[in-house]
Design a protein around this ligand. Structure first.
Ligand code: ADP
Ligand code: ADP
Length: 226
């Protein structure tokens, strides 16, 4: 079996129209796959089904051969990063990053060491005691990245993670995310409507149109398609 497999997946929220239709898709371990397409084309629905937040109306989605919704959400080995960061405002940076470990039965000593390493990875080692509101947008998104990576998930899902940042910072963060992907060898499924971002970052791009994948290929394949 593939690392991630979508088999004949469909999703309808209203029983009449389809947010996602007849989707068949394999993602290889270690791959950086981007879902690219206009608003309303089904990218977030696809990501949410892969996260196990939404159930397909039809078809199956497996991660390492197991249905993704077999485990309760917090036990899934999937890290998530959202556009709005979704940090806990009442917690410090360290507490935010520690959260996924605290719900996974990791010892206190282990938590401290892993949180320190994850903050180091995103170069926020000096900011552990701050609250999210005391950080810039880019720093907040790096906290969210550290929190998504701290439990060493095999799969990380990112939904427009750089959408709230200005252009210069976005380009900088694209590089940081690529470096983390390469260093950790983690599989990333990344959603964006920004074509240049998709072409810069991805091993493969799935181009969405009206709930279906219209094209799938490497940036070179897509760029050279007439
Ligand atoms: P994208 O992420 O590409 O913008 P979405 O997956 O969010 O696309 O949306 C695909 C379609 O599904 C749209 O027509 C949208 O209105 C619809 N949709 C998404 N989420 C819901 C929901 N929770 N309830 C009803 N319809 C939804
Ligand atoms: P190696 O496995 O050769 O030590 P890696 O590139 O996998 O090298 O990791 C480099 C460092 O980052 C190691 O100390 C590793 O334990 C740590 N590390 C790897 N993955 C994660 C992760 N998801 N979150 C936090 N630290 C990690």
């Amino acid at each position: 079996h593939g690392f991630v497999e979508f088999t004949d997946v469909e999703k309808s929220y209203d029983g009449r129209t389809f947010a996602v239709t007849r989707m068949n898709l394999n993602v290889a371990r270690g791959e950086f796959l981007t879902l690219l397409g206009p608003s309303g084309s089904g990218k977030t629905t696809t990501l949410n089904m892969l996260a196990g937040f939404e159930r397909p109306t039809h078809g199956t989605i497996t991660l390492e051969g197991q249905p993704v919704d077999r485990l309760p959400p917090y036990q899934r080995n999937i890290g998530m990063v959202f556009q709005n960061y979704a940090l806990f405002p009442h917690m410090t940076v360290e507490e935010n990053v520690a959260f996924p470990l605290s719900v996974r039965q990791v010892s206190k000593a282990d938590i401290a060491a892993r949180v320190a390493r994850a903050l180091d990875m995103v170069r926020l080692q000096q900011f552990g005691d701050r609250r999210p509101t005391q950080l810039s947008g880019g720093q907040q998104q790096r906290v969210a990245l550290a929190r998504a990576l701290v439990f060493q998930p095999s799969l990380v899902l990112m939904d427009e993670p750089l959408g709230a940042l200005d252009k210069k910072l976005r380009e900088h963060m694209q590089l940081e995310i690529k470096q983390l992907h390469t260093m950790l060898g983690v599989t990333i499924v990344y959603v964006t409507h920004d074509q240049s971002e998709a072409l810069t970052m991805s091993d493969r791009v799935a181009v969405f149109n009206q709930g279906a994948i219209a094209q799938l290929g490497s940036p070179d394949d897509l760029y050279n398609t007439p």
